[in-house]
Every structure is written in C-alpha cells, then in structure tokens.
Design a protein around this ligand. Structure first.
Ligand code: SME
Length: 137
C-alpha cells in the first residue's frame, strides 16, 4: 500500500496541474469519505482555503454526490438550493465520484469563476483522472 503521505503528495500534484493548465478550473480539490462516518473530509486541494473541511452526506453538491454516485455538473451555483458556498467568486462547479472496487470512496471537486464552463469533455477527462486516482490509493 502507498503511504498516506505519498498519496497526498500525488493528489496535491494533480490539483496543481489541473488548476495551472486548465483556465476554467479555479479551485481543485479532493474530498474522501471520513472513515465509516456519513461525511466527507477535505483532502489535498489548490485554491482559496475553505471552512468546509467536513461535509455531511447529502449536504451541498459534494454531499449529494456522496449519496447519488453520479457526476454532478452545476452550470450556475446561484440556481442550486442545496449548495455550500466556499467563495463568492465561484460561478459553477463539477463533482466527479471516485470508485474503488465499485464503492464511492470520494470525489474530485472543481469550482470555476466562469459561468457554465463545463462540457462532457470535462466529465470524460475527470472520470479518467478519478480512475487514475483510484489506482494509486
Ligand atoms: N460547493 C461545495 C462545497 C465545497 S467547496 O466548493 C470547496 C458543495 O456545495 O458541496
């Protein structure tokens, strides 16, 4: 097994690369299930610090993905009522679950300061990234 430190370093690297090279990715981070609790815990991320280091299942976009096991693309965060705001600059969000042996163990969460920036190409690309992440955990 890879040590937690090595994994976190690699995950941070992925966040840095995505934020640096993709103009509409402005906050990039990972949330993982917190042990056996019905909550997510913030992992490595790049962007403005967030107060939301723990998110209960079902709450916000991230918490909904923990329950639905589905990609969640939000073109306009202002139009969502179950949304947790981390920064007023954020206009859109995409969350893609990470599966290990078919189990939803976490997610990649990306915020954009650009309205409606995410396409199916982002979904396919981030599904690929999540599959790579699953393989290094
Ligand atoms: N907006 C997320 C919370 C996490 S921040 O984007 C970093 C949500 O609604 O779940």
């Amino acid at each position: 097994l890879n040590s937690e430190k090595t994994v976190d370093k690699r995950l941070l690297n992925i966040c840095e690369l995505l934020e640096k090279h993709i103009a509409h990715y402005n906050w990039v981070g990972f949330y993982f299930r917190n042990g056996n609790k019905e909550e997510l815990k913030l992992g490595p991320y790049v962007g403005a610090p967030t107060d939301h280091t723990i998110i209960p299942f079902g709450k916000g976009i991230c918490g909904q993905v923990a329950v639905s096991n589905q990609n969640f693309v939000v073109p306009d965060v202002a139009a969502q009522d179950n949304y947790i705001a981390c920064s007023i600059t954020v206009k859109a969000e995409i969350v893609i679950p990470i599966f290990v042996n078919g189990e939803n163990i976490g997610q990649i969460d990306i915020d954009s300061n650009t309205p409606d920036p995410f396409t199916e190409a982002d979904e396919r690309f981030l599904e690929f990234v999540c599959a790579q992440v699953a393989a290094i955990l």
